[in-house]
Design a protein around this ligand. Structure first.
Ligand code: FES
Length: 367
């Protein structure tokens, strides 16, 4: 039988002052709870991706992980009903002379219930076949009473032209998808922002998985179409972009490059101006994800500051052969570049902290 190793972790008065807290002792991180005068001590590290259980909250006898809400019994360490096999180490506790003692030598074993990996977590490998282009419409729309959208119209031309080039196409209209806004897992910890997205893994009903599937697994080319709203891309564009943080974060925290040999182009249409500002944001963002751009990576149109005749703007975009041709040519440039990248196939599969995000600052003292 292993020797006991009882360690004093604090007074009962102090440790009963909060229902749950994190305590570090002898290089061991513990989640210490107190409910109705009874103490419980389990490992601080969650079974999922290591969230700090001691920073969570109590739900009855269960600790709720602050990162993605997995639950573990505060005394036995076992997962919630149905998930008992998912257990974090639990420690014997005793009280002596108003001190809380924990036997560090007698923790129960950490056990993990096998969880089927999410389909998006599969290896990123280009499936053989013709070039594939996904169009992403970010224009908000009353689907029951649709209106003419200039950016959608030009995206349609881009997709149609792909057929002539033998490419497969897929159109994703964000306005048709039900998906949650990013809830800020990255703001808790970079490691709480997982690939696949934490929300996608927790919520079967969240339809952002269609976008992830197209961008990461299916498409060689994406064309993102956006209207201009108050000098910026559409609200749905930003809702999508925030949910794509997990794709970029995979590079930052694991050197995992999910976007490789893929090309992005953009269609930007607005009643007012600031096309270059909108394009700059889109180019910067999709570059961070790992996309490559063709020469002249966007087609755009705006009516300008001095006009308020949106009816005329609609007419111009609807009837402009030049804009339609421009959208088609953008698709062709993107497909040509993607074909080249796929044939070369020399993009790195791992770039150590690409972009040097989250780098250490080594400041040399001045002589
Ligand atoms: S639920 Fe604990 S780390 Fe995800």
């Amino acid at each position: 039988m292993a020797e006991e190793n009882w360690v004093d972790i604090g007074s009962t008065a102090e440790l009963s002052g909060a229902p749950l807290r994190r305590v570090t002792t002898k290089n061991r991180e513990l989640a210490v709870s107190c409910k109705d005068g009874q103490f419980g001590v389990v490992s601080n590290a969650c079974n999922h991706v290591g969230g700090p259980l001691g920073d969570g909250r109590l739900d009855g006898e269960y600790i709720v992980c602050p990162w993605h809400n997995w639950k573990f019994h505060r005394c036995t360490g076992k997962g919630e009903p149905g998930f008992e096999e998912d257990a974090v180490p639990a420690y014997p506790v005793k009280i002596e002379n108003d001190r809380v003692l924990v036997d560090l030598a007698a923790a129960t074993k950490r056990t993990k219930k096998p969880h089927a990996p999410h389909p998006l977590a599969r290896k990123v490998e280009r499936a053989p076949g013709p070039l594939r282009l996904a169009g992403i419409s970010t224009s908000a729309m009353d689907e029951a009473n649709p209106r003419f959208s200039g950016s959608d119209h030009l995206l349609g031309h881009a997709l149609q032209s792909c057929v002539l080039h033998g490419a497969e196409t897929r159109l994703i209209r964000l306005s048709e998808l039900k998906f949650r806004a990013c809830e800020g897992y990255y703001s808790k910890s970079a490691h709480a922002c997982t690939w696949p997205c934490s929300i996608t893994q927790m919520d079967d009903g969240d339809q952002m998985d269609r976008v992830y599937e197209a961008l990461v697994h299916w498409a060689d080319v994406i064309i993102v179409a956006s209207p201009i709203r108050w000098g910026a891309a559409s609200s749905l564009y930003f809702k999508m972009a925030e949910r794509l943080n997990c794709v970029q974060n995979a590079v930052t925290i694991r050197n995992q490059v999910l976007i490789r040999n893929k090309v992005a182009g953009f269609i930007i249409v607005g009643g007012q101006d600031n096309i270059q500002g909108v394009a700059g944001q889109m180019l910067g963002f999709f570059a961070e994800l790992g996309f490559i751009f063709p020469q002249f990576p966007y087609v755009a149109h705006s009516r300008g500051w001095s006009r308020e005749d949106m009816e005329r703007n609609v007419e111009i975009v609807r009837n402009s052969a030049e804009l339609a041709e421009g959208a088609s040519m953008l698709a062709k440039r993107c497909l040509d570049l993607a074909a080249h990248l796929i044939a070369q196939d020399d993009a790195p599969t791992s770039i150590e902290r690409g972009g040097r995000k989250a780098h250490d600052l080594h400041m040399e003292p001045r002589p």
